[in-house]
Design a protein around this ligand. Structure first.
Ligand code: THU
Length: 157
């Protein structure tokens, strides 16, 4: 099943995209000056937002996508129906390699991932129905990935 056949209501798509844009407003990115916002919608319709949180020790930086996932999982939520990611770049950006692996852990292969350009609202008001959003999935972003099921496989001694 590809992301485009996944059942998500247009209003939920809109909600999760708007939430990612809002989340970007809380980005703590004094070093890169690159703000990122992410949001998940859960199977119960809840929105969970995350932003990137940088650190003076650069390796301590946490991306927006992982902030959102860790917030959700640590509050008992592990079932998601869509993810949106946005930045200040007027084109789409896509999750880094580490985030792809973490998304792989908790999200279905075909779950829609909306990559949202910074000028989404302008594109909508200019009449672009999709707002310039690139819809993808973790199956596309992390092909042949390693996941929890692999640890269940029988092993040779
Ligand atoms: N960043 C994210 O939050 N998500 C991505 O998908 C790409 C990169 C953050 C990490 C860092 O704070 C800044 O963007 C520059 O790499």
């Amino acid at each position: 099943m590809s992301a485009s056949t996944w059942a998500i209501q247009p209003q939920d798509r809109e909600r999760v995209i708007k939430a990612a844009i809002e989340a970007k407003g809380f980005a703590y990115s004094p070093y890169s000056k690159f703000r990122v916002g992410a949001a998940f919608i859960t199977t119960t319709g809840e929105i969970i937002k995350g932003c990137n949180v940088e650190n003076a020790s650069y390796g301590g930086t946490i991306c927006a996508e992982r902030t959102a996932i860790v917030k959700a999982v640590s509050e008992g939520t592990r079932s998601f129906t869509a993810l949106a990611v946005t930045s200040d770049v007027p084109s789409t950006i896509s999750p880094c390699g580490i985030c792809r692996q973490v998304i792989r852990e908790f999200c279905a292969q075909a779950m829609p991932i909306y990559l949202v350009p910074a000028d989404y609202d302008k594109r909508i008001s200019d009449g672009a129905a999709d707002g310039g959003v690139l819809e993808t999935s973790i199956a596309e972003l992390l092909p042949y990935g390693f996941g929890p099921e692999d640890l269940e496989r029988p092993r040779q001694q």
